[in-house]
Design a protein around this ligand. Structure first.
Ligand code: SF4
Ligand code: SF4
Length: 137
């Protein structure tokens, strides 16, 4: 049976730059699109990918990644930024691991890049204005 899933991969610093995901294609016959990619402030690698292939190959591929030390999690939610609620305090900026939340140093305006967000929810607690919403699907 063929499947298609969105997953979040977190690579420890020691694995960043190594062609590990290449093995998903070469050894497990899986196909993927990279939806988001970034390096966190702790220098871990983050990849959000949409992956498809045979279910048994998917399981083997995920086992392979885990054995290499890669954290694998399904992506089943979105975090939305409600701009009109934001009071521009900046508390979320240093917490966001992917720089999805940013500040323009000239205007000091906060912005949110949905493409970079991996829905980790780290920004939700420190936000005094409750300017984030989690959408599950
Ligand atoms: S959930 Fe918040 S902290 Fe996490 S990546 Fe998205 S914007 Fe950044
Ligand atoms: S923590 Fe909340 S209120 Fe403060 S800048 Fe971020 S989104 Fe806006």
């Amino acid at each position: 049976m063929s499947i298609s899933k969105k997953i979040v991969l977190t690579f420890p610093q020691s694995l960043v730059g190594q062609p590990i995901v290449y093995h998903l294609i070469k050894d497990f016959d899986l196909v993927f699109n990279i939806l988001r990619a970034s390096i966190t402030p702790k220098e871990e690698g983050l990849l959000v990918i949409e992956i498809s292939g045979k279910e048994e190959n998917y399981k083997k591929g995920m086992d392979f990644l885990k054995k290499q030390g890669v954290n694998v999690q399904p992506l089943k939610k979105d975090v939305k930024w409600i701009e009109k609620k934001c009071i521009q305090c900046g508390a979320c900026i240093t917490i966001c691991p992917t720089q999805a939340l940013n500040i323009d140093r000239k205007t000091m305006k906060i912005s949110f890049d949905e493409e970079k967000c991996i829905a980790c929810e780290l920004c939700i607690k420190p936000c005094p204005a409750r300017a984030f919403e989690v959408r599950l699907y």
